[in-house]
Design a protein around this ligand. Structure first.
Ligand code: ZN
Length: 261
């Protein structure tokens, strides 16, 4: 596993949630996603929540998706709350705050959230909870699910912030990518319904845009540790189900990757 005690303090940290990306869609597009999968394949994991709000609460509490295997010894956590009485792995980074975001801030990180789906829109009190974990949070209408160029706008915003960021600054940059979440039918012109195929097309679009972000991050003073995964999948009619916030393997299986830039 990654030695998080060696990462925190010495690396910038990038966390991206590819909202609603199904594990099977991610694997089918692996060859077509050079930026996300250039250094390795997706790992199959189980999400701790079946929809955005629940899953991100768990992530920010240090509960990232769990490896999808029954070997408990492989379920080593990168982040863990301090002084819980549980034994932890020597490479697990321990935080003494309510969540990893404020924990990283306590280590001198500037914490930034670039929102995507509605739970990050800050439009109503509930949609201010998740962005509220961060020192700085940004959401624009064109970062949301209704804009077919949302990832382009989100990445442009991140690049603007990076341009103005001091080289010695420790950064924890979080981005919730909205493009893969429904509606995504417009990624295949002429299609009127969301499907596994239109979700795959959305993922290809997202990979192309994230390449620009990775390129700039590579030029930063510190190496960047990247955590990229989905918060939950979604059903397109499997077992009669549509959507998420329900228990079905197309929802609970999620793709997960970690790598360095
Ligand atoms: Zn979500």
């Amino acid at each position: 596993m990654t030695d998080m005690k060696a990462v925190v303090g010495t690396h910038d940290i990038l966390m991206i949630t590819l909202d609603t990306l199904r594990y099977d869609a991610a694997v089918l597009e692996q060859e077509n996603c050079p930026h996300l999968c250039g250094s390795g394949p997706w790992e199959k994991r189980h999400t701790p929540g079946s929809f955005t709000y629940a899953a991100h609460h768990a992530f920010f509490g240090g509960f990232l998706p769990t490896p999808a295997d029954s070997d408990k010894s492989s379920h080593i956590r990168l982040f863990h709350s301090k002084n819980t009485g549980f034994g932890t792995h020597p490479h697990t980074w321990l935080f003494d705050t309510p969540d990893i975001v404020s924990g990283l801030a306590a280590e001198g990180y500037r914490t930034i959230c670039i929102g995507g789906v509605i739970f990050f829109s800050k439009k109503v009190p509930l949609a201010r909870v998740l962005p509220g974990f961060f020192q700085e949070s940004y959401w624009r209408m064109n970062f949301g699910v209704t804009n077919p160029r949302s990832t382009e706008h989100q990445v442009n915003h991140a690049l603007k912030l990076l341009e103005r960021s001091l080289p010695e600054e420790r950064l924890f940059l979080f981005m919730n990518v909205s493009a893969i979440h429904g509606p995504n039918h417009y990624y295949i012109p002429g299609t009127k319904r969301d499907s596994l195929e239109t979700q795959r097309a959305a993922l290809r679009y997202v990979d192309g845009q994230l390449g620009r972000l990775f390129e700039v991050l590579r030029t930063r003073k510190r190496p960047v540790f990247c955590l990229i995964f989905s918060d939950h999948g979604t059903a397109y009619g499997e077992g009669g189900y549509e959507g998420h916030r329900l228990a079905h393997e197309v929802v609970w299986n999620v793709p997960y990757r970690e790598f360095f830039l």
